[in-house]
Write a protein that binds this ligand. Sequence first.
Ligand code: ZN
Length: 654
Amino acid sequence: MIQSTYSVVPTSRLEALSQLPNVLEPGHFDVLYEPSIGEDVCIADQKCKRCEARIFDKCATTETQWVCAFCNTYNDLSEKPISVSYTSSMEGNTGISPVLVVVDLNCDDSSELKALHSVLSQSLHQLSATEFGLITIIGNGDVTIHLTSGPMTFSSDDSTIVTKAQKLDWEHFEKKLPDKSVLWQSAENLVGILGTLNSVKRSSGQRHIRATGLALFLAALYANSGTHLPVISFLQGPCTIGPGKVVPKKLKHHIRQHYDLDSNKDKYFKPAKSFYEALAKRIYMHTFISSLDQVGVVEMMPLCSSAIQFDSYGEDRFATAFRSQAQDIVQVSKVTVNVSKGILVDGCFGKVTKLSATQQIYSDTPCGVSGTNCWALNTSKPSLSFSLRVDTAATKASSIDTIPGHLAIQFQYEYQKGKERYVKVDTLIVATTNHEMSTPTSIQDSFNAHVGLVCLMKQIAFEQAAKGRIHSFDQETWRYKVDALAASHYKLKSKGLNEFLEYLFRLKWTALLQKRNTSPDEAALFQLLVLVGTASLCELLCKPHVLIFANGQKLQVTNLDEHLLHVREAICVDGGNFVVVRYTSVSENADIATSYANSIVNTRCPPPIFKKTPVGGSQDRFFVSSLIPQGGLNTEDISLQDYLDLIRKMSLDV
Ligand SMILES: [Zn+2]
């Protein structure tokens, strides 16, 4: 599915400047891309010999040829697609990468390791990989690589090891390590080894002596050059020794908070961050953290394709999350964009890496991962936001000859399923103001508030998670940009204006734009969730979905204000990463609300945290603050009505 923030785009510079507001600068618009895979019947793969765009249902055809909609080249036709979205099987496959599993054994509670072992023995074989490596983080800063020839341990007490790893001296370690062939083994073997290991308790007054950075460095040694090795890590606390250390082992020292990062007072932060950034050139990591405390997610963010925190590996949420994430872990996919003349690609906002461009159709605007039309990514469920620029003509009159009434945007998503490689092709046609049905307000009348919100959220999350711009000043700048965007839309009376303004009002109150009530790790996890999550998840993170259960019926509430606090019926609030059920008494309606909440927890990935609370119970403040920005804890905030007044006043100056 491709959705554009605008289904009608400008053709002249004046239209672009005055009618296409954007946080970047006027004249850009955003497109959301979420390919739905695995549902189509495959048709023959037909790629344009000149520009590598693929055929779609609106392409002109003769009996034997099809005309490329992007470069007008004639190509041989074997089969015309009958829908705008289809899948083709591709020739050749890239092989399946082995997976490195990193297990942190540092935990006071031995049942954690047992619970982890139980989930891995049931689910590790569900990964499409057939070869696995195992590295364990053991006590006293030691790290063990489990080879088929026996274990090999590296100690953080050895200053040569620590210094060489810190300096990323790959050669030093490559000489020491035995051949890669003795690392990879079957899922069954790995689970067998894990079953023989014991967890390590800490000394009193101290944190565990945990060499996470060294373990990930050793993992990165196994990446083949030019490719990223998938790593799954199971961490139970912060790195306290060696490269990548985020906090000292003595408990009297606290891990950094927002204040320390803003004032540049934490001496571990920058070295750790750059160390993990360097590893991100060789590995990518899905991490499952069994600790609700901070473990250094902010520092490890460059590595993380996904990161989920749990209270314990014994939680059902963990087993569910691991199973649903399993198919993503070894996915190597690729997205390519083709656009009609008249549109330029600025960049992609997502967990992606830049590949060589297949076409010179990109702008020089630094925007997301930019300077190409082609990206690599590691997920089977991408949700990506793209910024595009309208390559407008100087005047309306001169645009008539150069820009047609319709422009096309095509996404090609190449992915692996089992041993086969497929490409999913989606094409979106947008109208331009040169279209015969166009009116002076066509552009703003075609605005999509939902897509506008999600693309904006991903753009902010990208700046924070990928670029590391997490200072309070950066957030303040974003809050200002959000208000300016709101004022521009207000002035233009964009379609869905009220809905969009409420979204922006709520967005300013999320962990993307506020630091209160979160730790740096919680904020980082939220950014990652927005960056990789689906559009519907992003919407929930901004504005929760609220249902009232009464008389066996469920009723959706869109007006989230104080009156909800006085509702006596059972309520279910779905905030994307949490679900709360609130009730006055144990009743059938409360049971229905609970089973509805459970169905969300069991089907969403990552599974949200579930809370159930009686009215006035201990979680009631959480319930209140999750619904109403200006209520509960946050009395200094303005109400939605005050915000709308403010935006109206601002719009007079736009
Ligand atoms: Zn072509």
